[in-house]
Design a protein around this ligand. Structure first.
Ligand code: ATP
Length: 336
């Protein structure tokens, strides 16, 4: 499968709100270059505009302004069926009266492939999505994960230039979500297919993506690798949205961000050097893999620390006065 590159240039989309008689901007000045074979995730809270960007890419919505370029061709005005893209939906959107193989081959049939060609292609994709033996089953006879695999095979079999995922795992339970996201990533990587993935789940975004686009109120807050957006967030919004974050204000007014797992706790007797603060423990929660402490620093700031759990370890106690230390390398200064 050849890898296509996609350029989104200054996309803007506004909707007219008939109830309030005004224009609502859903997406503003959205620019992104997606390399061939790359998986880029659009991540952000509900209503931030990620689905609208995906729908503009698919051709279900047309941008108010801006351009979409696929392999150097401007496809902004092309209808969905002329774009060579395929979408995997949260709801699977399978045909209930068709069995697995009929569902998967549907797109090939539409494109005029002969019965033999359809079966030949089907065979390869049944193995890729691990559905051999299920060919004759109807969607209601499949688990949620299996239904999503059918939807994935149906999207892949037409060899789309770009594969779009609209919260594909939202209907699955937590454990299955994790295994399915790994499966999707492995398949996408091995086929080198260019993909755009929409989710509001941070862990899913970080696990599956080459790059993450964090969105807020229709705009891009930051584009970067999973490590970038988690460890080196450019704004307070990104720091907060990507996971628990502590903010420390410096004398110069700049803000430092430090993740709870990068904080160390010590008893008052320990002699320490470097970035050290006095604190008291206000709250404690055992979360299984980590001890979580809520601390008040003497400076008045409130922070959360998460320490790894081991069998023989005795956690600190609520009310204890302690020292908190930070490794300089784990303190990141926000730019925005
Ligand atoms: P979610 O995670 O809840 O699906 P989202 O980030 O995908 O949210 P969008 O669905 O893209 O957000 O919506 C962005 C904004 O545009 C919202 O304020 C939404 O109400 C508005 N919007 C989306 N589609 C339409 C439409 N067809 N008509 C009017 N407003 C719309």
């Amino acid at each position: 499968m050849s890898s296509s590159n996609v350029k989104l240039q200054h996309l803007r989309k506004s909707f007219f709100d008939i109830h309030h008689q005004k224009e609502n901007v859903a997406v503003e000045d959205f620019s992104l270059d997606i390399q061939g074979g790359e998986l880029v995730t659009l991540l952000g809270p509900s209503g931030c505009g990620k689905t609208t960007v995906l729908r503009m890419l698919a051709g279900f919505e047309s941008p108010t302004s801006g351009h979409i370029i696929l392999n150097d061709k401007d496809i902004t005005q092309l209808p969905p069926n002329k774009r060579n893209s395929a979408m995997v939906f949260q709801s699977y959107a399978l045909f209930p009266h068709m069995n697995v193989e009929e569902n998967i081959m549907y797109g090939l049939k539409l494109r005029g492939f002969s019965k033999e060609e359809q079966s030949q292609k089907l065979s390869g994709f049944l193995d890729i999505v691990n559905l051999r033996g299920y060919e004759k089953r109807k969607p209601h006879e499949l688990s949620g994960g299996q239904q999503q695999r059918v939807a994935l095979a149906r999207a892949l079999i037409v060899k789309p230039a770009i594969l779009l995922f609209d919260e594909p795992l939202s209907n699955l339970d937590a454990k299955l979500r994790e295994s399915m996201r790994n499966e999707i990533r492995n398949i996408q990587k091995s086929l080198k297919i260019t993909a755009v993935y929409v989710t509001h789940d941070q862990a899913e975004a970080m696990a599956i993506s080459d790059r993450v686009v964090v969105m807020n109120k229709g705009k891009i807050e930051q584009i970067g690798s999973s490590q970038d957006v988690y460890l080196r967030p450019s704004t307070r919004f990104v720091a907060d949205f990507m996971g628990a974050a502590n903010f420390l204000t410096q004398a110069n007014g700049k803000t430092l961000v430090v993740r709870p797992e990068n904080i160390k706790l010590h008893s008052l007797q320990d002699s320490l050097t470097g970035e050290v603060r006095q604190a008291s423990i206000k709250e404690y929660h055992f979360l299984g893999s980590v001890h979580e402490y809520h601390l008040h620093l003497q400076t008045g700031e409130k922070i959360v620390a998460r320490l790894p759990v081991s069998m023989d370890e005795k956690p600190h106690f609520v009310g204890e006065n302690i020292q908190v230390s930070f490794d300089q390398k784990n303190l990141h200064q926000l730019s925005g």
